[in-house]
Design a protein around this ligand. Structure first.
Ligand SMILES: NC(=O)c1ccc[n+]([C@@H]2O[C@H](COP(=O)([O-])OP(=O)(O)OC[C@H]3O[C@@H](n4cnc5c(N)ncnc54)[C@H](O)[C@@H]3O)[C@@H](O)[C@H]2O)c1
Length: 326
């Protein structure tokens, strides 16, 4: 199988390439990435696989995509602008990459007769749930709150249009919040861990009661693998970790693991439009045989350990010239 992984130098994409490379050494894996501030060539350093290749490129560049995508390819699209706070400051680039970039991929995968296009989406497209609402199912209406989630929802609509109009082989996964190694230190877990390791406070939005459902990144990689091999083209699959926890509780777990007290919490003004809760019902992908395997507390501990042991990876991103460009 030949798989083109767009955005493969980011957090989930690089974990996915490592996972697929280990499980299917004979697969051709082509990483197509623009290397924006969150894309890091070092995320795949040490990968020993002669069937792996890197191509620097933008998913908005249809000419380049035409050169790269071949008949029969599976294309998995991780490429995106991903940080909600950045989308509030500058939504334009989110529309460019997350919407127009996906349209380019849809056009070229159709032209080239790709076997399957997998669009990696997010639970954030459902918008905010209150504490008593049932978990979101795939047919529930989309109600995005941020420019980020709106751009991801827009991309999904374009995918659905291609499924209906052209019968194009596409699947969409909507996963909950991922955590694990190689996550850019702007997102809550690596931001808080790296701040604490440097003796700094952690900025907790609002009163910290917002709930997220956490999934260890390798569980998500396995779910995407399931969808590629067992998923039904035209379908959407929720991929939840089953670990709903308020941000304040998550923060306390991190503080405990790093050996710091609650005085290191700094409550800051809430994020604009901050969604209260996401919650996924994953029974559809469960019926394919997928279940998350990593236990949350253990995976969180291992993740924190990884950041403790890999300062060389995150310090240049946090403090050096390679940090965010927005
Ligand atoms: N991280 C999460 O918790 C989470 C949860 C649900 C869904 N997702 C989705 O998963 C995907 C990957 O997320 P992530 O956390 O790994 O993001 P990330 O920000 O770590 O990585 C994004 C990657 O996309 C690349 N990229 C950006 N614009 C590009 C372009 N125009 N052309 C080619 N490459 C480009 C970047 O260089 C980077 O390597 C995204 O689509 C995101 O919406 C993430």
């Amino acid at each position: 199988m030949r798989i083109l992984i767009t955005g493969g130098s980011g957090f989930i994409g690089s974990n996915f390439i490592r996972y697929m490379s280990g499980k299917y050494p004979s697969y051709e894996l082509i990483n197509f990435d623009k290397l924006t501030y969150s894309g890091n060539i070092n995320n795949l350093s040490g990968l020993d696989n002669k069937n792996y290749k890197f191509i620097k490129g933008d998913i908005c560049d249809k000419e380049l995509l035409r050169e790269v995508i071949k008949e029969g390819d599976v294309v998995v699209n991780f490429a995106a602008e991903t940080h909600v706070d950045n989308s509030i400051l500058d939504p334009g680039i989110f529309v460019m990459t997350n919407v127009l970039g996906v349209q380019s991929l849809l056009d070229v995968t159709r032209e080239r007769k790709a076997k399957l296009f997998v669009q990696i989406s997010t639970d954030e497209v459902y918008g905010s749930l209150d504490f008593s609402q049932k978990s979101s199912l795939e047919h529930h209406p989309l109600n995005p709150s941020s420019p980020y989630s709106a751009s991801k929802a827009a991309a999904e609509m374009l995918c659905l249009a291609c499924i209906k109009t052209f019968n194009q082989p596409i699947v969409i996964t909507r996963s909950s919040n991922n955590f694990g190694p190689y996550q850019f230190p702007e997102k809550i877990i690596p931001l808080f861990v790296t701040n604490l390791l440097d003796g700094k406070k952690v900025p907790l939005y609002g009163d910290g009661r917002n709930i997220r459902d956490w999934i260890y990144v390798l569980d998500n990689c396995e779910a995407i693998d399931f969808v590629i091999h067992k998923g039904e083209p035209g379908e959407i699959y929720n991929v939840g970790g089953g670990n709903e926890i308020p941000n304040r509780e998550l923060t306390k777990k991190i503080l405990k693991e790093v050996g710091k007290g609650e005085s290191f919490i700094e409550l800051v003004e809430d994020r604009l439009g901050h969604d209260l809760r996401y919650s996924l019902d994953s029974s559809k992908i469960n019926s394919l045989g997928w279940r998350p395997r990593f236990e949350f507390d253990k995976a969180l501990k291992d993740t924190i350990e990884w950041y403790k042991n890999n300062k060389n990876w995150w310090e240049p991103l946090k403090y050096g010239s390679g940090r965010r460009t927005l």
